[in-house]
Structure formats: structure tokens, C-alpha cells
Design a protein around this ligand. Structure first.
Ligand code: NAP
Length: 460
């Protein structure tokens, strides 16, 4: 399988990498498994030294790492720098807090003593997407390495240089060989890795289709898995919301990472009192985005990650319009080299339109007018996804009430779906299961081992 770096700003091939052979894969597995046997018995302090050192190196290499992400997947350079810093923060967060998060829990049984230990389970395998080429790796690697597991990662085939740069961090931070391994593997090899008895858990971030394939394989092998999949987050604006603030957040939440976020505000749902004014201001802000080289700090609309992603998104927009949606803005490829799409707004998307249920992964906003709060919640919940969502209102108790009624893993009041080191991240429904980040993320791949002590005689 070919792993290719192609610059989506101009379509030029930067580098090609050949996938590893089965013999090479076996050797990596042997090393990872052997490495687990010593890494699991390192103290938290010893593991934290390596993880915190990796964080420090990330910060030292911010320009190099950010540049690679921008070159390989077209992220605006300022956003790429932000991602590098966030990833370093994730490493530091777990280096600092893992011991406390995994401290033995003393129980109060009716007799004797008991405690629950959190112990590592072995080699973990992660399958990761290109859209946040470092953050995705950091949020998988940091908690699991601090828990005493070792990790192997198949990164997206479009960001091999980011994948290798992240692996190098661990070597340079002094991690023993096999603690973190980047794998340039095919889908067949992914299946074989999941089948391998040395691999004890599987975490995937990506599309629902990939999740179905990888989760099924893990299930066949009775292996624990976590799935962080797609989303179609609702961004609800109630009639008492601050208009300008909600519009500004809508533009950011839709267009951050050129709309290629699982938690992007994919469905803007606005109560009718505000709908016209909201749409007018939102459209005005979308129209002035400046397409250009994502390395240039004046650019505000970068390319999509690949030509294939652009072709797919254009065809989704065409299909939406063919099925009755109204194109308010954009909808076309931008006439310049590279994989650029105009900032786009669709309205009048009825439930029988295929667009109603699909995830639009790029600079395309779906806009819905609703009569009231009840309709907003019903529409938000009428989705196969359940990742995040947000509600804008001046009345916080009302916001909490709406949040309570939303069927998603995360809801945010007066700001869009968000990620931070100390907030749990994950969804329900077709958005997957399990949580990453925060104190919850480190609990997914540990053995909650009960140890009970009592001096009693066997029943006669
Ligand atoms: P994708 O096509 O599912 O790819 C994700 C990863 O899975 C890549 O490494 C890919 O490898 C691999 N993969 C895909 N199909 C596979 C299969 N059948 N067997 C084994 N591996 C497979 O997703 P994407 O287009 O890269 O990323 C966008 C999707 O990820 C969106 O749906 C987005 O919402 C979701 N996402 C979710 C989160 C979250 O936390 N919930 C975060 C970010 C993104 P190749 O690259 O080699 O194909």
C-alpha cells in the first residue's frame, strides 16, 4: 500500500513511502510486546519523564511539525501551530496526572479489605485520521503510554511525514524501542494486527465505515475497542441568543480546519425570530474568507485535504441541490491550482434529501430554520450521529435544559463543540463509543483489577 504526501495547495507529490512487509510487521510486534514487559513495570515518574520530554520536543519543533501538517493536509499554518501546542499540552497533562487518575481505589466491602487497581493490558493498536495529524496521535498515545501500555499506530495514508515525525519524538524523548511504533500498513495488515493475540485493544478515529470494519474485527477477537467516529453537530441558536456572538462562533465552528472536523458545526439550526438576520450575517462572513496558500498567514480558506475529498464534497453538494436544497452561497471548486472549494451554504434541506443524514466534511454549512426550542431539539436529535452539539441562549438554565435533551456525547452552551485536555471527548450512536482525553480517557484500556484480602476459612 502506498503512503503518499501530496500538497493539496498545488497537487504536487512531495514523497511516497512503501508500506512495510509482513516480516517487518512481525519484527515490530515482537519488539512492542517485549517492550511492554518492561514498560509496564516502570514507575509513573519514569514514564512521565519520557512523555513530558516528548511534549517539550514538540514545542521545540513547532515550526517543523506545523509546516509538515500544512504541507500534507492543507491546514492553515496558524491552526497547525495551535495543534502542535495542544498536542504537547495533552502529553504534559497525562504526564502530570496519570498517577492520580489511576491510583488504586479502596473499596469498603462488608468484610475484609479490597481495592481496585488499574493495570496496563499490553500492546494497543490505533487507527487514526489525517484531519488533526498530531492531536489524534497525542490523545491516543499519551494516556495509554502513561497507563503502562505500549502503542502501535496506523496513521492515515495521506500524512505519512506527520506520522513519522511523531514517532521520532518518542525516540528522541528516550522511549525504549517498541513503546511507540508507527506502522505503514495496508487494510489487510490492519486486520491481521487486530487478530494477533499480542494486541490487546484497538482504538479507531475516523469514519463510521472504517469504524464498522475495525470494530467488527475487534469484536470477532473479543478485544476491547473505542470508536471516535464522524459527527453532524447541531449548532442551535435560540431566539434570545446574542446574535453577533453566535454568528462569529458559527463561522469559526464551521470553517476551522476548512470544515474538516468531526465536531464542526455541520447543522446550523436557528429559531425563526433570528434566522434571517443570522443567515445574512453568516453569509457575509463566509463570503469574505480568503482562499490561498495555507502557509500564508493572510489566508483564511485553505484547501481540502485531498483532491478525492474535494470531488466527494462537490458531488454531495450537487446531490443535495438535485434533491431540492437551495444553494445560498458557493458550491463550486475554486478556479486555482489545488483542491479548493468555495465556502458554501445550503438551505431547504428536507428529511427526504440524502444531505439531511450525511456528514459534509468541508466548508459546507447546512442551515435550518425552526419555529422554537422544541423543534430545534427534535431536529438536532434527528441524526444518525451523536458526537457533539451546542446551544446559544442568554438563559443558562434554558441552555442546560436543551443540553439535557440532546442525544450526543457532548453539549456546549454558548460556544461550539470544543476539545481540551481535561474534557472528555466522544459520542454515541454512529459517532462511536468510548471516551478520550480527561481522566476518563485513561481508563479505557486498563484492567480494573480487584484485589481482596480476608482471612476466612473455606465453608465446611
Ligand atoms: P477514514 O477514511 O475512516 O480514515 C481514518 C483511518 O482509518 C485512516 O487511517 C484510514 O486509512 C483507516 N481506514 C479506513 N478504512 C479502513 C478499513 N476498512 N480498514 C482499516 N483501516 C481503515 O476517515 P477520514 O476520511 O480519514 O477522516 C474523516 C472522518 O473521521 C470523518 O468522518 C470525521 O468525522 C471522523 N473523525 C472523528 C473524530 C472523533 O474524534 N470522533 C475525530 C476526527 C475525525 P487510510 O488513510 O489508509 O485509508
Amino acid at each position: 500500500m502506498a503512503y503518499q504526501s501530496i500538497n493539496p495547495n498545488d497537487g504536487k507529490l512531495l514523497k511516497t513511502f512503501v508500506g512495510i512487509t509482513d516480516i517487518e510487521l512481525e519484527s515490530i510486534l515482537v519488539t512492542a510486546n517485549a517492550s511492554f514487559e518492561s514498560w509496564r513495570f516502570e514507575t509513573f515518574v519514569q514514564r512521565a519523564k519520557v512523555v513530558a520530554r516528548a511534549a517539550a520536543i514538540m514545542r521545540e519543533r513547532i515550526e517543523e511539525l506545523a509546516r509538515l501538517a500544512t504541507l500534507e493536509m492543507g491546514k492553515l499554518i496558524a491552526e497547525a501551530r495551535g495543534e502542535v501546542l495542544l498536542s504537547a499540552d495533552i502529553l504534559d497533562y497525562y504526564a502530570k496526572n496519570a498517577e492520580c487518575f489511576l491510583a488504586p481505589e479502596r473499596l469498603s466491602p462488608s468484610t475484609g479489605e479490597a481495592e481496585v487497581m488499574s493495570t496496563p493490558i499490553g500492546v494497543l493498536f490505533g487507527v487514526q485520521p489525517w484531519n488533526f495529524p498530531y492531536y489524534q496521535l497525542a490523545r491516543f498515545a499519551a494516556p495509554n503510554l502513561m497507563a503502562g501500555n505500549v502503542v502501535m499506530v496506523k496513521h492515515s495514508s495521506s500524512v505519512p511525514q506527520c506520522a513519522m515525525a511523531f514517532e521520532k519524538l518518542w525516540q528522541d524523548a528516550g522511549a525504549p524501542a517498541g513503546v511507540y511504533s508507527n506502522l505503514l500498513v495496508s487494510y489487510d495488515q490492519v486486520n491481521r494486527i487486530i487478530d494477533d493475540p499480542r494486541v490487546k485493544g484497538v482504538a479507531l478515529t475516523g469514519s463510521a465505515d472504517a469504524g464498522i470494519s475495525v470494530a467488527a474485527r475487534a469484536g470477532q477477537n473479543l478485544k476491547k475497542s473505542t470508536m471516535e467516529l464522524g459527527g453532524s453537530d447541531a449548532f442551535i441558536v435560540l431566539e434570545d441568543a446574542e446574535l453577533d456572538k453566535s454568528v462569529a462562533w458559527a463561522v469559526w465552528a464551521k470553517m476551522n480546519n476548512t470544515g474538516q472536523c468531526c465536531i464542526a458545526a455541520k447543522r446550523l439550526i436557528v429559531v425563526e425570530e433570528l434566522a434571517e438576520r443570522f443567515l445574512e450575517k453568516f453569509q457575509a462572513a463566509m463570503m469574505v474568507l480568503v482562499p490561498g496558500d495555507p502557509m500564508d498567514k493572510t489566508t483564511t480558506l485553505g484547501p481540502l485535504s485531498t483532491e478525492a475529498a474535494l470531488v466527494q464534497l462537490l458531488s454531495q453538494v450537487n446531490e443535495a441541490v438535485a434533491n431540492g436544497a437551495t444553494l445560498v452561497l458557493g458550491g463550486k471548486r475554486i478556479d486555482r491550482p489545488g483542491s479548493f472549494m468555495q465556502a458554501t451554504i445550503l438551505t431547504n434541506i428536507k428529511p427526504d434529501n440524502p444531505a439531511f443524514r450525511k456528514e459534509f466534511f468541508g466548508p459546507v454549512a447546512l442551515f435550518f430554520r425552526v419555529k422554537n426550542e422544541d423543534e430545534a431539539v427534535a431536529l438536532a436529535n434527528d441524526s444518525d450521529f451523536g458526537l457533539g452539539g451546542s446551544v446559544f441562549t442568554k438563559d443558562i438554565s434554558r441552555g442546560k435544559r436543551v443540553a439535557n435533551r440532546m442525544d450526543t456525547g457532548m453539549v456546549f452552551i454558548n460556544h461550539p463543540t470544543w476539545t481540551a485536555t481535561d474534557l472528555p471527548f466522544g459520542g454515541i450512536k454512529n459517532s462511536g463509543y468510548g471516551r478520550e482525553l480527561s481522566k476518563m480517557g485513561i481508563q479505557e484500556f486498563v484492567n480494573k483489577k480487584l484485589i481482596r484480602t480476608e482471612s476466612i476459612d473455606a465453608p465446611a
